[in-house]
Design a protein around this ligand. Structure first.
Ligand SMILES: C[S@@+](CC[C@H](N)C(=O)[O-])C[C@H]1O[C@@H](n2cnc3c(N)ncnc32)[C@H](O)[C@@H]1O
Length: 215
């Protein structure tokens, strides 16, 4: 069945949300069309920080709806303020723990891409369980993504990159389609996040991974 989408014209008329949402303000399960007031492909960013990536991506693709999930109050607020400042109507921000939010509220096969840029590595041994990419999380990501939908990941630590890469390679739900070292600090594509710019300035290198959700 072909998804009937709202036209570009309507999406550019969407208004930015006046404020970010708290997790419990959104229904279970989430109805994307009702929340955004438009029907279109949906992409999710986990840990959107101050919303730099979301703003640029949403401007670049006004025919797509974006949800930023951010745990920190300060950044959820900053991200939403950025959308208001630039008049971005196709982004919503929710303050929540992403793993729990996706598992509890996001309907099956309803998301067209997932972005995770510079998720916390939790390097101490006693904090390992806090790392995002655990098996239950990968199962949830598989459930919410449409078949064939991509997961885009960037990290600044090689050991963490290898760990995440290994988890995707071993998972029966994904196929790794690209992994690379990115080291050109002069480029300014919209995919560049605030954290990425800092990492490139300090270390000169980041690591990127793309995995495709299998049916
Ligand atoms: C290192 S910052 C990177 C921010 C942004 N992605 C960037 O590249 O500039 C990691 C962000 O992810 C958020 N975060 C970490 N774990 C999270 C989780 N489980 N759910 C939602 N946000 C999370 C943090 O609050 C922080 O803002």
């Amino acid at each position: 069945m072909t998804l009937e989408t709202t036209s570009n014209d309507l999406l550019t008329r969407l208004r930015p949300a006046e404020r970010f949402f708290e997790r419990d303000e959104l229904p279970k399960p989430l109805d994307w069309e009702a929340e955004f007031g438009a029907r279109a492909p949906v992409e999710v960013e986990i840990g959107c920080g101050n919303g730099r990536f979301l703003r640029r991506a949403a401007e670049d693709r006004p025919d797509t709806l974006f949800l930023g999930i951010e745990r920190a109050l300060k950044y959820a607020r900053l991200a939403n303020e950025r959308m208001i400042k630039y008049g971005i109507g196709n982004v919503r921000i929710v303050r929540a723990d992403a793993a729990r939010f996706l598992a509890d509220r996001v309907p099956e096969s309803s998301v067209d891409a997932l972005h995770v840029y510079f998720t916390d590595p939790w390097p101490k041994k006693r904090h390992v369980k806090r790392r995002l990419f655990q098996t239950p999380f990968l199962d949830t990501v598989h459930r919410i993504l449409r078949p064939g939908a991509p997961v885009w990941i960037k990290v600044d630590l090689f050991w963490y990159f290898e760990e995440i890469l290994g988890r995707f390679e071993r998972s029966p739900h994904f196929r790794v389609t690209a992994n690379s070292v990115e080291s050109d600090p002069t480029r300014d594509v919209y995919e560049t996040t605030g954290f990425e710019q800092k990492a490139l300035r300090m270390k000169g290198i980041v690591f990127a991974l793309r995995a495709e959700n299998l049916a």
